[in-house]
Design a protein around this ligand. Structure first.
Ligand code: FE
Length: 209
């Protein structure tokens, strides 16, 4: 179903993004997270830049191992996939437990085989400190097209994949996470607040009412 989009006055919301599973491996443990910032930034040789929040376990792993895979997600990706890789931390759980839609690439790291139309095996050659995020610059060791399905955009995800957040209007004051629907009760949301469910920051919350 199509949800009604509120008009926005924030120009940043008009930028387009894809959605990707960024997978990495520390020791024998496979890990993965959802990122939305992956771009080819140079050619001959091809260079990919991707950005990861510093709080993210994947950022620690990739800083150390300099290796990862990026799976390009498609429009058939389910909300369950985004919850598995995006709404929990690899510090607490093994995100691949009970998950079968992956294979292991030549670099030993998992990549997604269902609802993904391509993957890249990357080698990190530079890391830029961007404040909240690290910018990783990488060369492509290996890559493969997996299907002809359309790549999913962030906007498609917001409109067709993410369930509508049910706002509980009985609460007098509070803030709701626009990503997962978690409600923070209280007049003032601390600027450094991190959503306990999906780990997004205060900027992804909006006032209830
Ligand atoms: Fe959240």
């Amino acid at each position: 179903t199509i949800k009604t989009e509120k008009p926005t006055s924030n120009p940043l919301f008009n930028l387009t993004y894809g959605l990707f599973v960024l997978s990495s491996k520390l020791g024998e443990k496979q890990n993965g997270c959802i990122i939305n910032t992956v771009t080819q930034v140079a050619s001959m040789p091809d260079r990919i830049m991707f950005c990861v929040n510093k709080n993210n376990y994947s950022a620690d792993i990739i800083k150390e191992t300099k290796k990862c895979n990026i799976s390009v997600l498609t429009e058939s990706a389910t909300f369950a996939l985004f919850k598995r890789f995006g709404f929990q931390s690899g510090r607490d759980v093994n995100k691949f437990d009970g998950f079968n839609d992956y294979a292991i690439a030549n670099n030993g790291i998992a990549y997604i085989t269902k609802s993904s139309n391509a993957y890249f095996s990357l080698k990190v050659i530079d890391i830029i400190d961007l404040g909240t995020h690290y910018g990783f610059i990488a060369t492509i060791d290996d890559s493969k097209v997996l299907s002809t399905e359309k790549s999913v955009t962030y906007s498609y995800y917001m409109n067709y994949i993410k369930p509508a957040v049910k706002k509980d209007t009985s609460k007098k004051t509070g803030w709701i996470c626009k990503i997962c629907g978690y409600i923070y009760e209280g007049e003032n949301l601390p600027a450094d607040f991190i959503c306990p469910i999906c780990k997004h920051g205060a900027s992804d919350f909006e006032r209830i009412k």
